[in-house]
Every structure is written in structure tokens, then in C-alpha cells.
Design a protein around this ligand. Structure first.
Ligand code: GLA
Length: 388
């Protein structure tokens, strides 16, 4: 699949620019084992890059003009590096311009031609947008020797999303896309950006994604609303507990004690955050001890928190998680990523995937009339140049 992606992206570049590309880059999507909606709350997350990529075929040209071709959308966007880069009304272009805007005057002094194509499904919660932002940042860094660290590339990607796209996202997706390592999950401390790699060996089990095929249209508004709510909640907590700097310092008891003052909504949101931060720590222990039953249990708990307390799930995702609850081959399941659609991530017994997919697909079809998609993913390396 990777080879095919590289081939057709390269071919399309040649066809479009009458020359072979000088470079090929791959930027991956990500999964997240646990730690949802806590990256912007100074929590821990446990993501990993996966073997679904955006492939970029790239060459510098001799002008200051850039031509970017989104092969899958059959769209071209051209601009001059000397233009005043502003958000436009094409979303995919904004991810790119948001990155280039930050790199202006940093040494990008020559136009480039790019064709990109992807195997990361869009709107499925697998961070195709972070893959695009980080891919562009990585390419510019390489081609123009900008001296950016991986962390800076991830932060530039995140800022692009804040400023040119309007999603006030955390750092998890970009970090995972850039720092991904084969067969490793990343335990990222979103407060300090310290990170550790942990072995992603699930022994008898594997990770299966079930794509609800519901596109998260409420993500932008719902996501930013959640951020505002937890900020308000934390401000209230801080007035009572001056020792609290971030959610990391909060306990469930503190939140419980402020139930009335917080009000129902902020109470639920804050309680989820505090519990989720703790769950990630427990999940890392479970993973290190090969205690997959416990890991699965924690994942399912996360889902219920995301659905009932943080309220970022949707009917279809709840259905997918409930549908596997009594399957003995499934240790745990939860919605993954920003929510309001996208995929569930399931920890399932190896070998049971096919039957499970058939069974759940039939139920899903009959309930919603939607054809479920399923992805078996491998944990792979982060954004990099592909050298043949
Ligand atoms: C989206 C955001 C991330 C993170 C997740 C939820 O993917 O881009 O920063 O907040 O949602 O965990």
C-alpha cells in the first residue's frame, strides 16, 4: 500500500511537472491508545504514528512560485512566496499556508512544486491534518536547511491549526506524527513535552479501528467549546486551591467539593479531565505489565467519560463501543481523537478481527444504514524522507 502510494504520487508529479520529483516524504496519521482531550489540559497522552500516510513528491523550482497539487481532490493551489499569506476558503490549503506563514523570513527563498496524496482517511480522527502540517514543516526544514527541531516542527503544525484553521487543538497529533517510532507508543507529558517511548507489543491482541464514517462536522465548534469550558472550570478550581497550577495538580475530591460552584457542565468536564489524566498513568503501568485486560478496561472507561461527561461522542460511536462490550474477543473499546464522529479503537484478540468486523458491520448497517470501514493498523515511524 505504501509502495503504491509512493508510485502514484511520483507518477502524478512527473505528469504534472514533466520531471521526476527530487524528494519523496511520508508523513503518518496517528492513533491514540488513551489520554483523550487531555493534551490541552496538561495531561499525558499515549499516541503512536501508524502505517497510513500522506506522501509528498517535491522539487524546488527556479521561481518564487509554489504549486501544490492535492491529487486526491484533483485541486491545485498556486501562490507566490512574496504574497501576504492569509487563510483562504479551501481548508486543505490553510493547513499548508499556516505553516509557510510561520516560516517566512526564515530561509524559504525559492518556490516549490508539490504533489501529495494520502491513505489516511479524512475526518476519521486519524489526524490527516497534522500529517499534512507536519509534512510541510518537515519538507521545508529539509529543503532549506532551516535548522528546526522535531519539536519545533510539531509546534509550527499546531500553530497553523490555531491561526489558519481555527481549531484550538493540543499538541498530541502533531507530536505523534513527527516523533512516531516503529512498534512504540509515545508517552507524552503535554505540560513539559517530555516523552518516553514504550514498547507497543500487545502479544495476543491487536488494535482494530472501526470507522463510523460519520465525519466530525461539529469538531471545530464543539472542540473549542470544550476548551473554553475546562479553562473556566480550572479558573474556579484555582481560586479555591492556589496550589493548583494545572489540571495535573487537581484531585477528584477537589472537583467534587466544588460541584455546586462549578455547575453541572463544568463539573462533568473537569471531573473527566482529572480522571483521564490518572487513567493514562494506569494504562502505561498496565501496558508495561502486559496486563491487557486492565488496559482494555481503562479504554472502555475513557469512552464512557468522553460520551457522558465530556460529551464529545455521538450516537454512532456509542453504538460501536456498546456493540463490542459483550464480545469476549474484545478487551476494550473507545472513541478516538477529537470525537463527534471518526473511529473507535478496539483492543481485540488476534485472529478474531474478521468475524468481529462482519458481525458489527451487519449491526451497524441495519441500525444506521452506513457501511462500516475497518482498519488494522501497524505502529510506524514518524515523518521522514523516503529514500529508495
Ligand atoms: C484532536 C486534537 C488533539 C487532541 C484530540 C483529543 O485530535 O487535534 O490535540 O486534543 O483531538 O484528544
Amino acid at each position: 500500500m505504501k509502495k503504491k502510494l509512493i508510485q502514484h504520487t511520483t507518477d502524478f508529479f512527473e505528469k504534472s511537472f514533466q520531471k521526476a520529483p527530487e524528494h519523496i516524504f511520508l508523513s503518518p496519521g496517528r492513533i491514540n491508545i488513551i489520554g483523550e482531550h487531555v493534551d490541552y489540559n496538561d495531561g499525558f497522552v499515549l499516541p503512536a504514528a501508524i502505517n497510513k500516510y500522506i506522501c509528498f513528491a517535491v522539487s524546488k523550482n527556479t521561481t518564487t512560485e509554489c504549486a501544490i497539487i492535492a491529487k486526491d481532490l484533483n485541486e491545485v493551489y498556486k501562490f507566490d512566496l512574496n504574497d501576504n499569506l492569509q487563510p483562504v476558503d479551501k481548508m486543505w490549503v490553510n493547513y499548508i499556508l499556516g505553516v509557510l506563514h510561520q516560516l517566512k523570513n526564515k530561509g524559504v527563498n525559492q518556490g516549490i512544486n508539490i504533489v501529495f496524496s494520502s491513505t489516511i482517511p479524512m475526518g476519521a480522527g486519524l489526524s490527516s491534518s497534522a500529517a499534512l502540517e507536519c509534512g510541510i514543516g518537515y519538507i521545508m526544514n529539509k529543503l532549506f536547511d532551516l535548522g528546526l527541531s522535531k519539536e519545533q516542527i510539531a509546534l509550527i503544525g499546531q500553530k497553523s491549526e490555531h491561526t489558519f484553521v481555527g481549531v484550538n487543538c493540543g499538541i498530541m497529533d502533531q507530536f505523534a506524527s513527527v516523533f512516531g517510532k516503529k512498534n512504540k507508543v509515545i508517552k507524552l507529558d503535554c505540560n513539559t513535552l517530555d516523552y518516553e517511548y514504550h514498547k507497543a507489543d500487545f502479544k495476543k491482541y491487536s488494535l482494530l479501528l472501526l470507522d463510523s464514517c460519520v465525519k466530525h462536522t461539529h469538531l471545530t465548534s464543539g472542540y473549542n467549546d470544550r476548551r473554553n469550558e475546562v479553562e473556566q472550570g480550572l479558573a474556579i478550581i484555582k481560586t479555591h486551591f492556589p496550589e493548583v497550577k494545572t489540571f495535573r495538580d487537581c484531585t477528584e475530591i477537589m472537583v467534587l467539593g466544588l460541584k455546586e460552584e462549578l455547575g453541572e457542565i463544568l463539573y462533568k468536564r473537569c471531573r473527566f479531565v482529572v480522571k483521564e489524566i490518572k487513567r493514562v498513568q494506569d494504562a502505561v503501568k498496565a501496558l508495561s505489565n502486559d496486563d491487557f485486560v486492565q488496559l482494555g478496561k481503562l479504554m472502555t472507561e475513557t469512552h464512557h467519560g468522553l460520551s457522558k461527561e465530556y460529551e464529545v461522542s455521538c450516537e454512532e460511536l456509542d453504538f460501536l463501543v456498546d456493540a463490542v462490550a459483550n464480545e469476549t474477543s474484545v478487551l476494550g473499546a473507545r472513541m478516538m481523537g477529537g470525537g463527534f464522529g471518526g473511529c473507535s479503537i478496539n483492543l481485540v484478540e488476534k485472529g478474531s478481527e474478521k468475524d468481529l468486523i462482519e458481525k458489527i458491520s451487519a449491526q451497524y448497517r441495519s441500525q444506521f444504514g452506513i457501511e462500516l470501514k475497518a482498519y488494522k493498523v501497524k505502529i510506524s515511524k514518524g515523518t521522514s524522507e523516503y529514500i529508495n
